[in-house]
Design a protein around this ligand. Sequence first.
Ligand code: NAG
Ligand code: NAG
Ligand code: NAG
Ligand code: NAG
Ligand code: NAG
Ligand code: NAG
Length: 311
Amino acid sequence: MHALSLVFFMCVLFVNGNDNESASEHSLELTQSLNLARQELIQETCGRITWKWGLDDLLPSQLEHILVDDDHRLLYCYVPKVACTNWKRILMILEGKWNNTDVLSIPAGLAHSPGMFRNLSSVSKEDRDNMLENYHKMIIVRNPFERLLSAFRNKLEGDLPSAKYFQDRVGRRIIKAFRENPSNESLEYGHDVTFKEFALFLTNKSKELADVVNNEHWQPITNLCHPCLIKYTLVGKYETLLDDSLLALHTINASHIQFPRLAHTSGTSEKLHNYFSQLDLPLIRKLYKLYKYDYKIFNYDLDNIVGFDLG
Ligand SMILES: *[C@@H]1O[C@H](CO)[C@@H](O)[C@H](O)[C@H]1NC(C)=O
Ligand SMILES: *[C@@H]1O[C@H](CO)[C@@H](O)[C@H](O)[C@H]1NC(C)=O
Ligand SMILES: *[C@@H]1O[C@H](CO)[C@@H](O)[C@H](O)[C@H]1NC(C)=O
Ligand SMILES: *[C@@H]1O[C@H](CO)[C@@H](O)[C@H](O)[C@H]1NC(C)=O
Ligand SMILES: *[C@@H]1O[C@H](CO)[C@@H](O)[C@H](O)[C@H]1NC(C)=O
Ligand SMILES: *[C@@H]1O[C@H](CO)[C@@H](O)[C@H](O)[C@H]1NC(C)=O
């Protein structure tokens, strides 16, 4: 059999072999012990970092990624590019904003529509502290560079409507600032930003670009979710998304909802390598610095990208 068709065949087998949605790779007990270990590691790492600010120093807008579900006593800090569409859909079902439990039947755009969920920015300090003390607090994280690449490919390389929007609002400005002799077309559409230009843009400290550099799709998770100020009790990872989501659903007593299986993305580390090899080492190092806390706090490493640790 030809190697490619063998791979294809095995993928089909893999999908069929796993279509029992309720079956997880690991038991809830094992997943829970991993979850506890992650929490401990976060505490430990945060203990070694001196933060200059506490929760009360944050602006309300810095808490707006934390969605509130009182009925299930759940706070969920959503992170774009880390399964947040599916979890927002689940929140809709939990909050009675959708009338069946078929997660994927909810249009993604609806799950992301403004005002759909209550968030922590509008909660009084007293209620906030009470929630932080007593609610389940969930976060799902992902390898920082993998998330970054996913955002780049999805928003600046892609040709979906949401990519057009980003190319128009962000891509054009990146090309204007970082490309020598851009074509009229590139300036007009912002459709062909290279990964290197994107990296230069992210690491450029100029105020002029700050509004788009601080976009939620590439902001460090640490800035969006404050893991050293908020003790997350459900720490999921993209790499173990299904198990971690099942544990979360179990914990909030919502096991009747089936978490959708993702189509397995293939060749992730190869893709990472291809894109990051377009950057020189000093630029990778600068980029790493931006995501340093995400790397450390969530226990990721750089091995799969440059083959050694820049930390
Ligand atoms: C699916 O998984 C559940 C729980 O592990 C098991 O009870 C059930 O028999 C499985 N169903 C099929 C069709 O394999
Ligand atoms: C958070 O809530 C505030 C107040 O209700 C709202 O204005 C804001 O758009 C919400 N933010 C997000 C990201 O949902
Ligand atoms: C579910 O909601 C949709 C849209 O709000 C509505 O059209 C439909 O009739 C509802 N179905 C049921 C069974 O309530
Ligand atoms: C690009 O735009 C400038 C100014 O509008 C024009 O002079 C030039 O001819 C255009 N170049 C191309 C290749 O279309
Ligand atoms: C930021 O970008 C501007 C415009 O391209 C450039 O002149 C400046 O040197 C860059 N600054 C840094 C720190 O990279
Ligand atoms: C869990 O859900 C079941 C059925 O939906 C309900 O009977 C039970 O009281 C709930 N338990 C908790 C702790 O909320």
